[in-house]
Design a protein around this ligand. Structure first.
Ligand SMILES: *Cc1c(COP(=O)(O)O)cnc(C)c1O
Length: 375
């Protein structure tokens, strides 16, 4: 979440530098005019930091999911399983490939329930999309086991947990394909933008061609005579976005530390009074959100009132429940998927998400914690 809070002169200067270094705003070609390739540098920085062989920058996280699914061969008639606590983008990407979204419930981690995942597999299933919601990993060992047993690829939607880890690996580098988003609400903000991560060169080649009208970037031909085998679309990131993204990525490790300081303070104060979201073993969250479970309606109302009055807000839960729970998406899902999502709705109705803001201090969180303790 906090990327946009730390946008300052550095990002401003990075954008200005694009204009000073030849003024090419486009990621491809114009080799004689330009001094820099910001999009390619942004991708390489992700490869280095995340320890992954290929990264492809695109226009949005939603576009990245769609392109990733296409690279896995998802097509008309296929089913793709994803979870009921989610963002509607994942469903849209599945539908845009002509496939059918199948909704799996979440468990107390608020991410994909591996037991329910196995129930939802059919002979039409083509891929699985676990979504690491609000900074926390899904139970990846269990999900990977199922994916191996049924020979189904995994696309990790890691739009909401950039920098979080599972068993020492960055989320987004565990499945066959990993997706990041850099929209204004994410850990790294470039206004709009997304990234596709993979260690599979064939998948990366497909994505790279598809996001750029099928261009193969054949070194033996100029761009105007480039070769192509597939048709694609235009999902290219601009140089300005990547220039901002590179600066933001440099701030990531510091943001994670600052998040943790604030979240730990809340945790410390509230641990004996409130039940927290359960975090999978061997995982490290981004700590950009702390989620507590409170069933009593009056008690919930009091907490939400304080969070709003003191300028914290409640982020997705309960503020934006309708955009994050599949139960409400009858414009996109069939009635079977809506009823599949009822259990998740019930789990989410107990939760309150407390956002961690970098503009607020550890002391602010201490004060908040003490207020919530008194309720
Ligand atoms: C933000 C988000 C997306 C979409 O990313 P955009 O860059 O806004 O298109 C997809 N999935 C999840 C879980 C998200 O939070």
């Amino acid at each position: 979440m906090p990327g946009f809070e730390w946008i300052d002169e550095e990002e401003k200067n990075a954008v200005a530098s694009v204009f000073d270094e030849g003024g090419v705003l486009f990621a491809h070609g114009f080799d004689k005019v330009r001094k820099k390739y910001h999009v390619r540098e942004f991708e390489n920085k992700f490869c280095d930091l995340f320890g992954i062989s290929r990264a492809l920058a695109v226009t949005s996280g939603t576009a990245a999911i769609k392109i990733g699914l296409k690279s896995l061969g998802v097509n008309k008639g296929d089913e793709v399983i994803t979870q009921a606590f989610n963002f509607v983008a994942t469903i849209e990407a599945i539908l845009d490939c002509g496939a059918k979204p199948i909704i799996c419930n979440v468990n107390e981690t608020l991410n994909m329930d591996p037991l329910d995942l196995e129930n939802k597999i059919s002979d039409k299933t083509k891929a699985i999309i676990p979504v690491h919601m609000l900074g926390v990993s899904a139970e990846m060992d269990e999900i990977l086991n199922i994916s191996k047993n049924y020979k189904l690829p995994i696309l990790e939607d890691n739009c909401e947990a950039i920098g979080a880890k599972y068993k020492n690996k960055y989320l987004g580098t565990i499945g066959d394909v990993g997706i990041l988003s850099f929209d204004q609400g994410k850990m790294i903000a470039t206004g709009e933008g997304g990234m596709i991560l993979t260690n599979n060169n064939e998948l990366d080649n497909y994505c790279r061609q598809y996001h750029d009208h099928g261009h193969e970037n054949n070194p033996n031909f100029p761009r105007g005579r480039d070769t192509h085998k597939i048709y694609g679309f235009n999902y290219r990131m601009t140089e300005m976005q990547a220039a901002v993204g590179k600066v933001q990525l440099n701030k990531l490790s510091k943001m994670l530390v600052e998040n943790k300081n604030r979240a730990k303070k809340l945790n410390e104060i509230l641990i004996n009074k409130y039940e927290f979201r359960s975090i999978p073993k061997n995982s490290v969250p981004t700590w950009d959100t702390v989620i507590i479970n409170v069933e009593n309606l009056k008690h919930r109302e009091k907490i939400v009132k304080i969070l709003n009055a003191d300028g914290f807000g409640t982020k997705n839960l309960p503020d934006a429940m309708e955009w994050h729970c599949a139960y409400y998406w009858d414009h996109a899902l069939d009635s079977a998927q809506i009823s599949n999502s009822l259990l998740t709705k019930k789990i989410l109705e107990k939760t309150i998400a407390i956002p961690i803001w970098l503009k607020k201090t550890v002391n602010d969180y201490e004060k908040l914690g003490k207020k919530l303790l008194e309720l």
